[in-house]
Ligand binder design. Sequence first.
Ligand SMILES: Nc1ncnc2c1ncn2[C@@H]1O[C@H](COP(=O)(O)OP(=O)(O)OP(=O)(O)O)[C@@H](O)[C@H]1O
Length: 274
Amino acid sequence: MSTLTVNGLSVRTEEERALVSDVSFTLPAGERLGIIGESGSGKSLTALSVLGLLPTGLRATGSIRLGDTELVGASPRTLNGVRGSGIAAVFQEPLTALDPLMRIGKQLAWPLSHHRGLRGDALKRGIIEALAAVALPDPEKIARSYIHEVSGGQRQRVAIALALACNPDILIADEPTTALDISVQAEILELLDTAVRERGMSLLLISHDLAVVSRMTEHLLVLRGGETIEQGATRTLLTTPAADYTRLLVDTARSLEAYLPEVTAPAPRTENHS
Ligand SMILES: Nc1ncnc2c1ncn2[C@@H]1O[C@H](COP(=O)(O)OP(=O)(O)OP(=O)(O)O)[C@@H](O)[C@H]1O
């Protein structure tokens, strides 16, 4: 397990416009860091820089180290080695990581054979186990399905299974529940929480939802306009923010919650049809 150390990361366009400016943070092995900030604050570009997957035309400078390996300016070979076994990612839209033309089981076969050396029957078992581990019902059937044949929540579970199949040290989750039905969001968070805990992985969680980062992370980095506003322990930052901007984010989140009426009476008895 390795520490991720980001030091003075900047991302610029070809015209030298800074989109991320001098961002630094450390994610020690086994810990959880959340990145929050309004839309366009540089959260995703920071994550993509760590993955070495910045869009064409954007360039990262500074230092991103995974253990002793420098990732800024690293060769495609080094980055390929790190992506997958060192760092894996789950995105807001699971289809980003999934191939619509390949059965789900086949998509899992590559990382399981490449990273874990599974072959033949062991590989078949590994595929079913990987799908069962993310609580997909009837994993045999899911393995034979194409991605358009399963629901949105199940797609995100498949994307998580794909990320976990590489046994990464660090999981980057970029708005992993934002595109999902509210009833499915909590289940996916629970799944990520359990997977990270049981496997001892580190988590870099990007979210605009303060309740999500509060539930999932121990440390927070607040970005605005590509710059660091503040960072610190999640609880301290959300209860006694030092920066006016963080206070504004917290107050806005609270004021929306205030519209929810409190549940004051027990739920009426309903007939059980199961
Ligand atoms: N390929 C690109 N070329 C030029 N500018 C870009 C590119 N990708 C992103 N940007 C700009 O960089 C800034 C940071 O984008 P980023 O996607 O990191 O924001 P974010 O905080 O993740 O936002 P959101 O929550 O909306 O996803 C934004 O102003 C965005 O418009």
